[in-house]
Write a protein that binds this ligand. Sequence first.
Ligand code: NAP
Ligand code: G4F
Length: 328
Amino acid sequence: MPSALITGITGQDGLYLAELLLAKGYDVYGLIRGQNNPKRALVEETVPGVKLLTGDLGDLSSLLRALEVAQPDEVYNLGAISFVAYSWENARVTSEVTGMGVLNILEAVRLYSHDDPAKVRFYQASSSEMFGKVQEVPQRESTLLWPRSPYGVAKVFGHYMTINYRESYGMHASSGILFNHESPRRGPEFVTRKISIAVARIALGLQDHVTLGNLDAKRDWGFAGDYVEAMWRMLQQPEADDYVVATGETHSIGELLDLAFQAVGIDDWSGHVQQNPAFMRPAEVDLLVGDPSKAQDVLGWTRQVDFPGLVKMMVENDLEEQRLLAGK
Ligand code: NAP
Ligand code: G4F
C-alpha cells in the first residue's frame, strides 16, 4: 500500500486530496498544527481514514518526525497561509509559512531520503498568483513571474526552491501552478464562497446585501475536486516537472455574481451588492487565465466541472447549509 503525507490537511484541497488518495488505497497521513486545532473534528469526520500527525511548516524537526512516522512514498505540500489580502497585513508570517515553510519541508524530505534522493515524490502547491502583473495571456509554465502580493512573492520563493531541489539533489519534486479552484469547502474569506454564502442568505431572507471590493478582476476558476486529480497525476510521472492547471477560461466577479444570483432566481443583483474600498487590495491581479495544454497532453488531465456548474454547486450547498443553520 503506498503511503502519502499531506500538509494542509484541514484546508479545502487537503480534504479533497485525502479522499482521492484513500479511494486509491493509499495509507494517508495528514499534518495538523496547533495544540487544539479547531478543524481537527472536521478532518476526522470528513476523511476518517486519515492519520493525523502534529507538526508545523515552521518547525523542521516536527516535519522530520512526521516523515519518520508516515514513511511516505509521496509528500503533498499544501500547507500555506493562502489568503492574498491577509498577506499585506501579515507579510512576515506569510513569508515564513508560505515561503520558508517550503524550504523546511524540502529540506526535511532531503534529509529523510539521504540514501536515495528520489525515494519520496514531492508536490509543491504553487499558484497563478505568481503571474501577478501578467506578462503574457494566457499564462503558461514559461511565462515570466511578476508577483503582486507578499503571498505571491512567497509562492515564487517556494516554486523556485522546489525546482532548485530537483536540479541540485535529483529529487522527484514537481510544482503545480494551480489557478483559482473553489468548492463548497472553500474558506468563506475567498470571493466565490463569500458570494455563495451571501446569495443563499439573501434568498432565505437572512440578509439584504453583500459588500465586496473590486468587481472587475478576472479569474480562471475551476473545481477543487478536479484539481487534486492533477496533483496526483504529476507524482505518477517518471520525471518530475512543473505544470499549469487551469480551465483556460476567465470570468469577472460581475459574471460570478450573475450566475450566483441566477441560481436563486434573482436576475438583477444591483440592489444586493455594495462596494467598500476596505476590500480593495494595495495591488491587484487584474486578469488570470491559464493555458492547461501541458497538463492535458502529458498528464491526460481535463476538468470535469465548468464555471456555471461550479457556481450552482456552491450556491446550492450554501442554501442547504444556511437553511439548516437558521432552522428553516
Ligand atoms: P486553505 O484552505 O487555506 O488551506 C491551507 C492549509 O494550510 C490549512 O490546512 C492550514 O492549516 C495549513 N497551514 C497554515 N499554516 C500552516 C503552518 N504553519 N504549518 C502547517 N500547515 C499550515 O488552502 P487551499 O485552498 O486548500 O490551498 C492549498 C494550497 O494550494 C495552499 O498552499 C494554497 O496557497 C495553494 N493554492 C491554492 C489555490 C486555490 O485556488 N485554492 C490556487 C493555487 C495555489 P490550519 O487549518 O491549521 O490553518
Ligand atoms: O477569492 P480571492 O480572495 O482569491 P485570490 O486573491 O485570487 O487568491 C486565491 O487564488 C490564488 C490563485 O490565483 C491562490 F494562490 C490563493 O491562495 C487564493 O486561493 O479573490 C479573487 C478576486 C481578487 O481580485 C479580489 O480583489 O476577487 C476580488 N474581490 C473583490 N471583492 C474580493 C472581494 N476578494 C475577496 N476575498 N473578498 C472580497 O470582498
